[in-house]
Design a protein around this ligand. Sequence first.
Ligand code: PHE
Ligand code: ZN
Length: 881
Amino acid sequence: MRTDTGQIVHLADYRPTDFVLERVDLTFELDPQATRLESRLIFHRREGVDASAPLVLDGDELVLTELRLDQNEMPASQYDLSPDQLVIRDLPGSEPFEVTVITTINPEANTQLMGLYRTNGVYCTQCEAEGFRRITYFPDRPDVLAPYTVTIIADKAANPVLLSNGNFLGGGNYDEGRHFAAWFDPFPKPSYLFALVAGDLGVVEDTFITMSEREVALKIYVEHGKEDRAAYAMDALKRSMKWDEEVFGREYDLNIFMIVAVSDFNMGAMENKGLNVFNDKYVLADPETATDQDYANIEAIIAHEYFHNWTGNRITCRDWFQLCLKEGLTVYRDHEFSADQRSRAVKRIAEVRHLKAEQFQEDGGPLAHPVRPTAYREINNFYTTTVYEKGSEVTRMIATILGKDGFKKGMDLYFERHDGEAATVEDFVKSFEDANSVDLKQFSLWYHQAGTPLVTASGIYDAVAKTFTLSLEQMIPATPGQSTKQPMHIPLSYALIQDNGALLDAPKVSGGQVTGDVLHLTEKAQVFVFENVPTRPVLSLNRSFSAPINLDFKQSTEDLVRIARHDTDLFARWQALTDLALPNLLQAAKDAREGKAISCDPVFISTLLEAAADEALEPAFRAQALALPSEADIARELGSNIDPDAIHKGRQAILKAIAESGQSVFERLFNTMKPEGAFSPDAASAGKRALRNSALGYLAYVTGGTERAAKAFADADNMTDMVQALTVLAHRFPEDAATAEALATFVKRFENNPLVLDKWFALQATIPGGDTLNRVNALMEHPLYVATNPNRVRSLVGSLAFANPTAFNRADGEGYRLLGAQVTQIDPRNPQLAARLLTAMRSWRALDASRADHARAALLEIDRAPKLSTDVRDLIERMLK
Ligand code: PHE
Ligand code: ZN
């Protein structure tokens, strides 16, 4: 573990390296405890750099075995060595020279899962962001690009498969039962994209013919016996490759593309050039073991990593401050891909739900930071929802502002200008400016100002003048390190809906820039006037969530009902239903807290049920409508003095009221929404299952709920239905014998499938109520729980902390202490996992006073640990500030 040095990296300090790396040649002799790596690096001094400047290489917990300069052993006087740096002096002037670094690595002892490690007997690497320096001394920064040749030597019986980046050069037998394989990656890349995999793995093969008719070999490596479960991932890969050609004009460049699924991985997946490494949960699927959500995730993540080949690999980041350059853009690309493959509106609703739940929460708390930060202490802590999801939203706004063609022109120019380079956010924005002759200076504030803008809107209709006047005002809240903000460019898609439900066609508008159905809010306060409006219209604003903002627009129930019924933008209809639900949920939380009776507006209920029953609407949309704002959403709306128990109680009462009014609707949906024929993971079938399972959830609030759920569990012929039924049983009837029985049946049936066990752990960790802490403690002792596997830990501890507000925030503070103990226990072994779990406490200040006290005490307890990683130290300090 790297313990904290307190050093902060500043964007303003960026400067290029003194030496240019020309070539990298690596030879690995793999051994579980003593892998030998000979790394040969050719450098030359950059023009204009002082002849006395030393070569500085990064390291992390390394053992140096040998060091040579142009093949001669280097005298100790020529270099300074520390565990995290190798500084070499007295190097040639402008002539290229070769440095040979030989290190010995212990993959088996690597529990951080950064650098070269072992997972289930397989050698595997993870180098982003700064993992390569755990393999060898190297200029480990993204602006150092070179072609790599990699030779892997290993025991043949144990490691029949030897993989690295690029194209396969050749291989053969070596000595003493060993064999070797050599790979060459001609595309210059930074070290964070390096990968090596070796072991005994099964493979699924296919081919793809590119737009210029080159044949690419596709290979997905999985554990033996799991090959059948890689079929969907392979299909998603081929669709991704095709889509990137059609929509972005991007063709794959090597003659082979490989994916390896591993079971111990800190993140979702990694885009190493030509050799993506995946958390197996995002590769493996079949109807018996994967839910519809699993299929959708696999499709999205396969696409995401593949799309990185151009946005991230061919054009990479100059420094880690530019992380959103590859991540925000690539998330935008995978969102668009999924929208094209599935239902665009439903996809958008799911995206916005996620954005608000995660990014808005981050942006409103102590960990808020700009999409393009200017300082960090630990880069691992900046793989955030702000960089990824808000970064994607910023890209989406560029597309909204410039239009489809303008966006395409900008992207094309970006690829043309920067292919093979390490670029910056400024380079990216400039491509759009130059391609479209526009100025995006004000727009760029989205990269630099943290915090979710609040837009306040109010409208007045003048029946005599036939005008509708819309007043808008924007406010960007203060965030850590940024107390004052400038007004931003906020693109707001709108529609005016008339009495008869029709949208007013292209009204005349004044007061600011308007393009198509988009109002451009650029001032702090701005007034738009619409002319020739025959009757009082209902304004639908921020349709499709055109800008990632909070909107304060007081609309009457009647107006919201009109939007919910008539807007042509399905997202806006969903938003209106949510806006109808929220005041009821907020009031219910308040009443629950004060011990008052809880009621629900019948107009909201009938509008919701009307949508649920509307055969003209796609089932997936109706399921989204029925999924009310979550307890976390309600907490975010409240903003302060939060009592999660009251929120839960209030929300349960509203769900019950809806269930009672809608019983016949839900019964009909439950009985009719079963997709016909054999299981298919397609979006339409998944939508039907989602709606049917949502109905099952509501029916748990009326008589016969337990029996119905128990029967649904027994009848389930796919994992989606099975998990939903089991979740209803566990969450609504945790003490019922039927629940205990179903949980036991499930774990027995799937005891050999860790990914399915994760669902079993997660659904128990999310049972509402304080008793769940005892259950989680007991499950941590379960023989099938593996405390060193990140997926298991996230499914149990992560689900509790991130997705169970009543248990995690138990009034006596025990939930925070449980998390704190896990964080300090995991930190020495795997700092990234520990830090990620700790972010569950990022909104602790919004809790009621007593809970906040407990939370602070738990944070201070972690703070007192004798040794903390930089990862955890950085978070703790920002959260306590
Ligand atoms: N770059 C990976 C992705 O696409 C995420 C990742 C970051 C994986 C760091 C491992 C380590 O999005
Ligand atoms: Zn990514």
